[in-house]
Design a binder for this molecule. Structure first.
Ligand SMILES: Cc1cc2nc3c(=O)[nH]c(=O)nc-3n(C[C@H](O)[C@H](O)[C@H](O)COP(=O)(O)O)c2cc1C
Length: 287
């Protein structure tokens, strides 16, 4: 089956799709003809939909998306640059949450938005595990604490480096610094093998974080969840992450119980010219 279907009645033979396709899947033999899939490139299509996105008449559908039409949008619907900058700068890592749940359906909407983030070869390898109550998040914390205790007992150098003994002690005293008593957690995972699965997962997680902030939810990267998943099969099993897959992103989610009134400072990257190239470097934070 061909990956791209062009409706001959709607096609204006403007070749915009032919010129846009990143893998040159579409071709025309002669000017004014309706494009066709290059016979040697039927397997090259990465379903990015750029052919659909540039077509002014909606003549193109992708077989993989079962006839779904491209969604039109107008320039006026886009946020202005200042709004996007404000959204990015006002996102904070939220670590205190109201006792109010976000449903898995609401988180599912954010996951669908995050599916529009870029991925190597448009492979879109990212899956998510969502815990949608504080009780389920606490259960995850218990599995992670068990792993941390083992790391401490085994005197694993990582345990000292990451102060795991302190985190375990805090947990025992009812202070959850692993998942911050969040009412939800979303863990992003992908196959170990692939084109760029780790980058794809991190990008999708960050996209979800920004989409969540725009909706008024608070998020924070759950670094200990990702770390524990890299070491503990029990954590992977708890999160229903299959064999040969790895978690690379995790977020706590909830309604923020803290109000941020200002934007804290960040070091500005300063440009230095080196042999005609501009090297932008910001002073790193040292701890
Ligand atoms: C990969 C990664 C892992 C993180 N893990 C945690 C974590 O486990 N717990 C936590 O409270 N914050 C975690 N953070 C949040 C950072 O501490 C936070 O991004 C940083 O202090 C800057 O604050 P801001 O996000 O509000 O700008 C993590 C951030 C990243 C990018």
């Amino acid at each position: 089956m061909l990956p791209v279907i062009i409706d001959a009645k709607l096609c204006k033979a403007d070749e915009l799709c032919v010129n846009e396709c990143p893998l040159s899947v579409l071709t025309v033999e002669e000017k004014g003809q309706i494009p066709t899939v290059h016979p040697k490139k039927t397997n090259y299509c990465i379903n990015c939909g750029h052919c659909m996105a540039v077509c002014p008449t909606g003549a193109i559908t992708l077989t993989a998306f079962e006839g779904q039409k491209a969604v039109p949008f107008s320039k006026e619907e886009l946020p202005d640059a200042a709004s996007v900058e404000t959204l990015i700068k006002t996102r904070r890592s939220v670590r205190k949450f109201k006792k109010k749940n976000i449903s898995s359906v609401e988180i599912g909407e954010l996951i669908h938005t995050a599916a529009y983030s870029p991925s190597g070869h448009n492979a879109q390898p990212v899956s998510w595990t969502v815990l949608d109550t504080a009780e389920k998040v606490h259960e995850l914390g218990e599995v992670i604490v068990e792993w941390m205790e083992n790391m401490v007992k085994q005197k694993n150098p990582l345990a000292e480096k990451l102060f795991l003994a302190g985190i375990v002690n805090a947990w025992k005293k009812g202070n959850d610094v692993i998942c911050r008593q969040a009412p939800a957690v979303a863990v992003a995972w992908a196959p170990k093998q692939g084109i760029t699965p780790q980058a794809d997962t991190v990008i999708a997680t960050n996209t979800l974080e920004l989409a969540a902030h725009a909706q008024g939810y608070g998020t924070c990267w759950a670094g200990y969840v990702v770390l524990a998943a890299a070491y503990s099969q029990k954590v992977l099993d708890f999160l229903a992450i299959p064999a040969e897959h790895m978690a690379h992103g995790a977020l706590f989610l909830g309604y923020p119980a803290v109000k941020y009134r200002t934007i804290p400072p960040r070091h500005k990257a300063v440009a230095e010219e080196k042999d005609g190239k501009f090297v932008f470097r910001a002073k790193p934070n040292t701890h």
